[in-house]
Design a binder for this molecule. Structure first.
Ligand code: 4AD
Ligand code: MG
Length: 441
C-alpha cells in the first residue's frame, strides 16, 4: 500500500496507516536475533520502530550506529494502555534505508559526549550536545516561549519592529560595549534596542522587538552572556504604574501560554517545584531593599553594609530574591546607579521611575523605566553622564517633535528560561552561548 510521509507528531492521525518517517537513531536495542528496536527522533517527537525477521539481519541493521539518519516505512500500531511511554504508538517496519551512517568506534557519538565530560568539553561539543533530550526540551520550551511573547504583544496591539544592531551610541554605559570597525569608523554591537524603539513610538505607537543584544561582560557568572536575546517593548502615554502592571501581566500570560502548550509538561519535568507566579507581584522600593539587606545581615566583602546609592550586586540580590522566594518588582533606584535616559521621580529627585523584575533562582530578568521626556532634562542628563550629545541627535529629536510620557522595558530571554526551567546557568538556555573565552562553535 501507499505510504504517507509524516512527522512523528502526526502519528495519532495515522493510526493503522502505512507511513514514512525520516529522522535520527536516538536509541537502539537488539533483542535476540529476530527483533531490533530503534527509537527515531525527528525534532517533533520520538517513535519506536520495530524491525523483525530478516529486516534485522541486513548489513545496514547489523552495523547501525546511534545518530545515523534513516528513512523508515511501516504501519503505525497503537500501543496498549500502560505501554504508552513513547507517544502511544510504534511503527511495525516493512522497509528502511540508512541515509547517513554515523561514525562508530572511537569516533562514535557517545564517545564524544559522555556524561563525565567537563563543562568545557560540552561547550566544544555543543553542536552534538544539543541533540540530547534535556537540551532539546529546553530549546523547545524556548521556541514556544518566544511565540508566547509575540502572542501577548499581538493581543495588546503592539507592532513588532526590527532595529539595527550595528550602532554608534551606547545605551547602558561604555564599559560593556563591543567595538567594531565600520568601514574605518568606530561602531558598536548594540547593548539594547531601546533608543531605536523610542523613535518608533510616533509612527507605530506601542512597539516591541526581539533582537540580540551584546555585552562585553568581563567576568564569568551564571547569568551573563556576551550575546543574548532581548525582548524589549516601549509604550507612549503610559504612567509608571502602567509599566509595572504590564510587566506582571506579561509574565503571567507567557507562563500560562507555555504551560498550556504541548511543551508545558517539560516545565514540570525540568522544574518539578515550579509554581506559576500570581498577580500582583510584591512591590519593593530600592530603599526598602537596602534596609532588607541590613535587617538580614547581608554585607559587602569588606564587612560593611550596602548603603543608599550603591548598586546591589548579583549575590546579595539573589540572596534577597531567594529568601523572599516570589517575583519582586524592585523599583525607584537612585539616579546615580541607573542609565542616563531614566525619568526622575516627581516626588523625589534622587530617585528614578525604574524597575527590575527579580525572580527566585536567577534574580533580575527585566530592567525597565519611564524615560526622560523633557528636552532640557535630557540635555542635562547627557552632561551629568559625560555623554557627547552629538551622536544622540536623533534620540534627542524625539523630545523636540511631539514628546510624550513614555516607558518600556527589556527582558533577557535566557534568564527568563533559566528561571522557568530551573537551569543552573543561562548558558544552558541558548543554542550556542557566547561568554568571555568562548565564541565557538
Ligand atoms: O537592565 P538592562 O541592562 O536594561 C536595558 O538594556 C534597557 N535598555 C532595556 C529597556 O528598557 N528596553 O538589560 C535588560 C535585561 C536584564 O534585566 C537581563 O534580563 C538582560 O537584559 N541582560 C542580560 N542577559 C544575559 N546576559 C547579559 N550580559 C545581560 N545583560 C542584561
Ligand atoms: Mg539591569
Amino acid at each position: 500500500p501507499e505510504a504517507t510521509r509524516i512527522k512523528i507528531k502526526q502519528t495519532p492521525e495515522y493510526r493503522g496507516k502505512r507511513i514514512i518517517i525520516q529522522g535520527w537513531v536516538h536509541r537502539l536495542r537488539v533483542q535476540g536475533k529476530d527483533m531490533t528496536f530503534i527509537i527515531i527522533r525527528d525534532g517533533t517527537g520520538f517513535l519506536q520502530c520495530v524491525l523483525t525477521g530478516k529486516l534485522c539481519k541486513t548489513y545496514d541493521a547489523l552495523t547501525l550506529t546511534l545518530e545515523s539518519t534513516m528513512k523508515i516505512y511501516g504501519t503505525l500500531k497503537e500501543l496498549p494502555e500502560g505501554k504508552k511511554a513513547q507517544g502511544g504508538h510504534e511503527l511495525i517496519v516493512d522497509y528502511y534505508e540508512v541515509l547517513g551512517k554515523a561514525a562508530g568506534g572511537e569516533e562514535a557519538f557517545s564517545a564524544k559526549l559522555n556524561a563525565e565530560s567537563n563543562a568545557d568539553v560540552l561547550y566544544d561539543q555543543r553542536h552534538l550536545y544539543l541533540r540530547g533530550e534535556t537540551a532539546s526540551k529546553v530549546m523547545r520550551v524556548r521556541s514556544v516561549t518566544l511565540r508566547a511573547f509575540r502572542e501577548f504583544f499581538e493581543k495588546k496591539h503592539f507592532n513588532e519592529v526590527t532595529p539595527p544592531l550595528m550602532v554608534q551610541t551606547s545605551v547602558e554605559g561604555g564599559s560593556t560595549l563591543f567595538k567594531l570597525d565600520y568601514y574605518g569608523e568606530p561602531a558598536y554591537l548594540t547593548q539594547s534596542s531601546q533608543l531605536y524603539l523610542e523613535t518608533m513610538l510616533p509612527s507605530l505607537g506601542d512597539v516591541y522587538c526581539i533582537a540580540d543584544s551584546f555585552r562585553a561582560e568581563k567576568s564569568h557568572t551564571r547569568r551573563h552572556l556576551s550575546e543574548y536575546t532581548h525582548i524589549e517593548a516601549e509604550q507612549p502615554f503610559i504612567s509608571f504604574d502602567d509599566l509595572l502592571n504590564i510587566l506582571e501581566e506579561m509574565i503571567c500570560d507567557v507562563v500560562d501560554y507555555v504551560l498550556k502548550s504541548p511543551v508545558g509538561e517539560y516545565v514540570y519535568e525540568l522544574n518539578p517545584d515550579f509554581k506559576p507566579p500570581k498577580r500582583p507581584f510584591k512591590r519593593m522600593e530600592y530603599a526598602e531593599a537596602i534596609q532588607w539587606l541590613k535587617d538580614h545581615d547581608v554585607k559587602k566583602e569588606d564587612g560593611t553594609f550596602y548603603e543608599f546609592g550603591e548598586d546591589i550586586p548579583e549575590s546579595p540580590e539573589r540572596k534577597m530574591t531567594d529568601t523572599i522566594n516570589e517575583p519582586i518588582l524592585l523599583n525607584k533606584f537612585p539616579v546615580e546607579i541607573k542609565a542616563f535616559y531614566m525619568k526622575k521621580c516627581p516626588e523625589d529627585q534622587r530617585l528614578t521611575e525604574s524597575v527590575d523584575v527579580l525572580m527566585p533562582g536567577v534574580g533580575e530578568i527585566v530592567g525597565g523605566s519611564m524615560r526622560i521626556s523633557d528636552l532640557v532634562e535630557l540635555l542635562a542628563a547627557y552632561k551629568r553622564e559625560g555623554l557627547d550629545p552629538k551622536p544622540y541627535y536623533w534620540f534627542t529629536d524625539q523630545r523636540k517633535y511631539g514628546t510624550c510620557e513614555h516607558g518600556g522595558f527589556g527582558l533577557g530571554l535566557e534568564r527568563f528560561i533559566a528561571w522557568l526551567l530551573n537551569r543552573y546557568t543561562v548558558r544552558e538556555t541558548i543554542t550556542y552561548p557566547r561568554f568571555i573565552g568562548r565564541c565557538m562553535p
